[in-house]
Write a protein of this length. Sequence first.
Length: 121
Amino acid sequence: MRWSENLFRQKADTGIFPIQSWAHFKQQFQSQFFLVNVEADAINALEGSSYYQGNRMVDDYLDSFLILVSNARYTDPWTLVVKFCRGLKSNIQGQIATMPRGSTVRGHLESCLVSSEGLFY
């Protein structure tokens, strides 16, 4: 039985809707539909290869990567850059790896991932 159907069945049986406040609804909703341990799930994803770019655009990959590292509470700049670059398509990895350290694109990538004013925070 679906969660919402169960709630309405309880109301029909008892005459009282089982959720009496927004806080109670939020708690019930999260327990039914959210991952049990978001941090552990994010860490597991980042330690594997399921987070890699694949066929996605770099912007989409970056968005999902930033959510994962936030959920995993990864903050080390070197780890962020290494994991992000590892997940990129190999041809893009090669282009970034051969850029000089001070290049605009490489610098922008690093600053987006590690800057307190950047996308990560």
